[in-house]
Ligand binder design. Structure first.
Ligand code: CP
Ligand code: NVA
Length: 307
């Protein structure tokens, strides 16, 4: 049995296998074929933070695969009133076939997985958002930006930046991360990524200069400056991130056909300008749609790994 907790746990071949499966399932859906590969199965979805895309994609994806999904908000279940993570895991995993969890700490997610009898999927933690990266990579493939791409991530050294580090270092492409001083990526995660990069020939650059990062990039991406749980830091962060907005001036330094990706939700006027967002809306909403197909690929792949 395998879990999907971080891309670090997968080989390049395994990541590409899940992506291939996701494309196959997407293609089938578009041709009106719905294979009920998870017929009769139940997915428990635990949310300790808000969500639009993750909830809708997993819930719809599970239904389309012939299964059923349970939305379990921590506001409603006993986890939110102090029932330990490990007890929640031992109860829920005796009743459902797979669990997706969106929580705060990666260690909390790992604890859940350790006590779970069924595969556990990371639906976002403070450290990583790996399911998002699967959809992002699908969008890069569809937009023909997946062959030796140069990707520039501009903004906070957060869960999205860490997941880009893992994807680039596993698949072997060039990633440049530009953050303001004091908002750099986690040093232990960077160290791991650099180790994988030596094996995959990925090139990782870390800078505090967004202009240097986007120069001739094929893909430019960003994320909110204020992640869930950081609302109290908004005023300070908005000051500290000055100069890090992805606007036309910055995009002009990238390749002229550069793709712009955003995991959403987007805050116009902060991490991205209205003009850049709307000019790239087709790509951004294809990326959002790919969450549905990616989730299905991941769930079917995990199901196949059970002994
Ligand atoms: N990108 C993403 O995970 O969106 P939600 O927070 O709406 O799920
Ligand atoms: N970094 C953001 C991603 C939201 C999908 C957050 O954690 O809130």
């Amino acid at each position: 049995m395998r879990h999907f907790l971080t891309l670090q746990d997968f080989s390049k071949e395994e990541i590409l296998e899940m992506i291939d499966l996701a494309f196959e399932i997407k293609n089938d859906l578009q041709n009106g074929k719905r294979k009920h590969e998870l017929n009769g199965q139940t997915l428990g979805m635990i949310f300790e933070k808000s969500s639009t895309r993750t909830r809708v994609s997993f819930e719809t994806g599970m239904y389309q695969l012939g299964g059923h999904a349970l939305f379990l908000s921590s506001k409603d279940i006993q986890l939110g009133r102090g029932e330990p993570m490990k007890d929640t895991a031992r109860v829920i995993s005796r009743m459902v076939d797979m669990v997706m969890i969106r929580t705060f700490s990666q260690s909390g997610l790992e604890e859940f997985a350790q006590y779970s009898r069924v595969p556990v999927i990371n639906g976002l933690t403070d450290s990583y958002h790996p399911v998002q990266l699967m959809a992002d990579y699908m969008t890069m493939i569809e937009c023909k930006k997946a062959v030796n791409p140069v990707v520039a991530y501009i903004g906070d050294g957060n869960n999205m930046a860490h997941s880009w580090l893992m994807l680039a270092s596993k698949l072997g492409f060039e990633l440049r991360i530009a953050t303001p001083k004091g908002y750099e990526v986690d040093s232990a995660i960077l160290k791991d990524a650099l180790t994988f990069a030596t094996q995959s020939n990925a090139k990782i650059t870390i800078t505090n200069d967004p202009k240097e990062a986007v120069k001739n990039a094929d893909v430019v991406t960003t994320d909110t400056w204020i992640s869930m749980g950081q609302e109290g830091e908004k005023e300070q962060r908005v000051k500290d991130f000055e100069g890090f907005i992805v606007d036309d001036t910055l995009m002009k330094l990238a390749d002229q056909d550069a793709l712009f990706l955003h995991c959403l939700p987007a805050y116009r006027g902060y991490e991205v300008s209205e003009e850049v967002f709307e000019a790239h809306a087709d790509e951004i909403f294809s990326e959002a749609e790919n969450r549905l197909h990616a989730q299905k690929g991941i769930m079917v792949w995990l199901d196949k790994q059970r002994g």
